[in-house]
Design a protein around this ligand. Structure first.
Ligand code: MCA
Ligand code: AMP
Length: 504
């Protein structure tokens, strides 16, 4: 689809997601392996870098091992580990071999992980923690669990990079309003389209070096940060975890030019005495959660950087972005990226999108698909929006019950259900309290049995085996009853007061 008119495109540029490598993610990468094998691709420290040629060879070998272990095209592979070269190599190898990666948060507890295993039915899991490996085998003993360095015998030479555009490449688990998380199936072409749009819109070139401290098990770090780096023939400085000093050092020691983060990271960077060092970057991008306009302005005062805010989803990869050239408007997410058609429908208006980056449907969930798409093929995002006077998109709310804490989605219903399993808790309601650090600080109102007090420690202990820690309430209140209307419907907007059990 050519959208020569798109405001993100520099003069003379066209958006054609099939132009390079036949419109697949691995095809676009393969073009790079041969064009510039000597170029640096990953930086891990002063003495440790990996070139494109190194990544090609390492992922070729890893793909052979996986094939020898019995994995074949279309098989699902869970990937759940802290960032490392081994993880990157394993991920690239899976995609090159036509396997379907299922990135999974390392904070997931047994029940959350076992749901993904039961649903995706993986053949293997690449995982860096023996306890989580055990949970996986507990759900399905046939799953081959492997550490990211793939301790397997070498395998045969196999055909690589031959995926067709519509072949599934990645299944990202995400929840809607109800029920358990569903797998959004993204094809090779969906992922290639999204990063080609970003390459053009963000003027991403081989001179760029991304300080990559986002985890590699969600769309932001993986589908934007890593995939985009490999597609642009650029390099990434791989940071095993987010720490402000590590980001500043990535600039001073390795010449980083780009930083991508969630608002919590920008909040923490802004608090550091070294924040001014970020003025050396070419571009700072924020996404995954709303960036407060106040933080945008304060950050500019501290660093001269106008953070570029963008909007995306697991199901769609990136959708809308503020422009590199042109106004970056605080409090807005910008203008549709090349290839993305966007419309606002209904009252309140829901954001609907269509384009080559948008997934075809949820894994084995025809029921969810019929609800998720309109008759004319637009995906209903569940986000509410409006256009400002310059036509920039403002995300004004959400049609579904979703909280975002530190860039991670938290569904109140899931937390309420977990709390309600505790016999000491009669009823629970979960809401978000605005927090400058976390965005939504997860807050629970509890009605406890027999007036019995329940301590924050007891709640935490009860949830420990059930929910990832980032879903745990940071603020707890005890109330005598939850506010309901005459029909018995819970009225969350009336939740206030109660006895404070714990506050962040
Ligand atoms: C960690 N903790 C959290 C969170 N993260 N609590 C609430 N919300 C969180 N997000 C808790 C831990 O459980 C722990 O609790 C304590 O904070 C310290 O843990 P630590 O690991 O040290 O935390 P951290 O390293 O400081 O983590 C904060 C973080 C991290 C760096 C902001 O949450 C993060 O990497 N967020 C990025 C999420 C992301 O990649 N989202 C993209 C989704 P305790 O002390 O009780 O043990 S993709 C997406 O949304 C779409 C596609 C998009 O548009 O991008
Ligand atoms: P996920 O399901 O983890 O992919 O999260 C996608 C959701 O994150 C979107 O539907 C939005 O609600 C939210 N989101 C992503 N980027 C932004 C942003 N810049 N501003 C507000 N919300 C955002």
């Amino acid at each position: 689809m050519a959208t020569g008119e798109n405001p993100h495109l520099a003069r003379g540029h066209r958006f054609d997601p099939s132009a390079r490598g036949g419109g697949t993610l691995v095809g676009s990468w393969a073009a790079g392996w041969t064009e510039y094998p000597e170029r640096t691709c990953l930086v891990l420290g002063p003495e440790h870098t990996l070139s494109y040629g190194d990544l090609e060879a390492a992922s070729r070998r890893a793909a052979g091992k996986l094939r020898a272990a019995g994995l074949d095209r279309g098989d699902r592979v869970i990937l759940s580990a802290a960032s490392s070269v081994h993880l990157v190599v394993a991920h690239v190898a899976c995609l090159r071999a036509g396997l379907v990666v299922v990135p999974t948060n390392t904070a997931y507890r047994a029940t959350e992980l076992q749901h993904v295993v039961g649903d995706a039915k993986p053949r293997a899991a690449i995982i860096d923690d023996p306890e989580r490996a055990e949970w996986i085998r507990g759900a399905d003993e046939r799953v081959l669990t492997l550490s990211p360095d793939l301790p397997l015998p070498d395998g045969p030479e196999i055909e690589l990079d031959g995926a067709a555009p519509n072949d599934p490449a990645l299944i990202g688990y995400t929840s809607g309003t109800t029920g358990q998380p569903k797998g959004a199936v993204l094809s090779q072409h969906n992922l290639a389209s999204s990063i080609e749009a970003l390459r053009l819109a963000w003027r991403w070139t081989s001179d760029d070096r991304l300080a990559l401290s986002l985890p590699l098990f969600h769309m932001h770090g993986l589908g934007v940060g890593l995939h985009g780096t490999l597609h642009a023939g650029a390099s990434a400085i791989l940071l095993p975890r987010f720490e402000p000093d590590a980001v500043f050092d990535a600039i001073s020691a390795h010449g980083a030019t780009l930083f991508f983060g969630v608002p919590t990271m920008y909040h923490r960077l802004a608090e550091s005495p070294r924040v001014g060092e970020l003025s050396a970057l070419r571009l700072c991008v924020s996404g995954s959660a709303p960036l407060p306009a106040e933080l945008h302005t304060r950050f500019e005062e501290l660093t001269d950087q106008k953070i570029l805010e963008r909007y995306g989803m697991t199901e769609t990869a990136m959708l809308v972005s503020n422009p590199v050239d042109g106004q970056r408007r605080p409090g807005t997410v910008g203008l549709p990226l090349p290839g993305v058609e966007m419309r606002l429908r209904g009252d309140p208006a829901e954001i609907e999108v269509r384009g080559p980056n948008i997934f075809a449907g949820y894994w084995e969930r025809p029921d969810a698909n019929s609800e998720a798409f309109t008759a004319d093929g637009f995906f209903r995002t569940g986000d509410l929006g409006a256009l400002d006077e310059e036509g920039y998109l403002v995300i004004s709310g959400r049609a579904r019950e979703l909280l975002i804490s530190g860039g991670y989605n938290v569904y109140p219903r899931e937390v309420e259900e977990a709390l309600a399993e505790d016999p000491r808790i009669l009823e629970a309601a979960v809401v978000g309290t605005p927090s400058p650090e976390w965005g939504d600080a997860i807050t629970a109102y509890l009605v406890t049995a027999n007036e019995e007090e329940i301590s924050p420690e007891a709640v935490r202990k009860f949830l420990a085996s059930r929910l990832a820690p980032y879903k745990h309430p940071r603020i707890l209140f005890r109330v005598d009853a939850l506010p309901r209307n005459a029909l018995g419907k819970l009225q969350k907007h009336r939740l206030q007061g109660g006895r404070v059990l714990e506050k962040e």
